[in-house]
Design a protein around this ligand. Structure first.
Ligand SMILES: [Zn+2]
Length: 261
């Protein structure tokens, strides 16, 4: 069954091609994610800087308030030495008291702004560190993505060559057939019979069909009656060898969290 072997080889190349294409497709998002953290960190830095500017502006206003009220209080006090009546004196004294209260309030607000200013100052320094860290991380990530992308592109070129070679072995009508099934069924045109079922769709096979496939010495193709994929059968000895070729057991000192069974 050379044709089946050729198709299996093609399927194997196509499966690897899909994987490498999916990897290549993931790079733009990964790059964008790396930049996203920088943008977010810069936005926080900008917000802290804007808040700092507002604080400085308010502080100047309150400083001016303090100066103006001090000036008024000074005038009222000057006038008290010139008043003739007790009434007028009381009125001026009231103005002085009021002015001093305004000074105290403005000074309180000024102090609040200074405290807030220091807080934003710290926040700016902190945000600058975060931006720098995000840029460092992005730089490493960009280099990593570039490396992986080059490797993936190299692999893609190799697989394309491999595919061209595989395709030359397959008759054109069979290629059309293969392509049709690929398009229709999730890019998987061949399915192994395992435990008397189509391994792709899980449909149970009739024993006669399995027998016919096992005994077939011609290039006749067998298709799953449900999903229409091209069926192939691996003799149990070979299948068992594959099944027994399990990954090495975990090292004795590996932690229990890594144990899956
Ligand atoms: Zn099937």
């Amino acid at each position: 069954m050379k044709i089946l072997q050729d198709l299996l080889e093609l399927q194997s190349v196509d499966t690897r091609l899909q994987a490498v294409r999916a990897r290549l497709a993931s790079f733009p998002k990964r790059s964008a994610d790396a930049e996203k953290y920088i943008t977010a960190a810069k936005a926080e830095l900008d917000a802290a800087k804007a808040a700092q500017v507002a604080v400085v502006r308010d502080r100047k206003k309150y400083e001016l308030d303090v100066e103006q009220w001090k000036e008024r209080v000074r005038k009222y006090k000057d006038q008290t030495s010139q008043v003739k009546t007790n009434e007028a004196f009381k009125a001026l004294q009231h103005e002085v008291d009021n002015g001093e209260k305004e000074i105290a309030d403005a000074e309180d607000r000024l102090l609040e702004q200074m405290v807030a200013g220091e807080q934003y100052e710290r926040q700016i320094k902190e945000s600058e560190k975060v931006v720098k860290a995000a840029e460092d991380v992005a730089k490493v990530e960009r280099a990593k993505i570039d490396g992986e992308k080059k490797a993936a592109e190299h692999e893609l070129a190799q697989l394309n060559t491999e595919r061209e070679r595989a395709v030359t072995e397959i008759p054109e009508s069979m290629m059309d057939h293969y392509d049709r099934i690929m398009k229709k069924h999730d890019n998987l045109a061949l399915a192994e019979i395992r435990e008397e079922k189509c391994s792709a769709c899980g449909m149970r096979m009739r024993p006669q069909v399995i027998q016919a496939i096992r005994r077939s010495t011609t290039d006749e193709m067998f298709h799953c009656e449900t999903c229409t994929r091209i069926l192939y059968y691996t003799e149990p000895t070979a299948a068992a060898a594959v099944a027994n070729a399990q990954p090495a057991p975990p090292a004795p000192n590996s932690t229990s969290t890594h144990r899956e069974n």
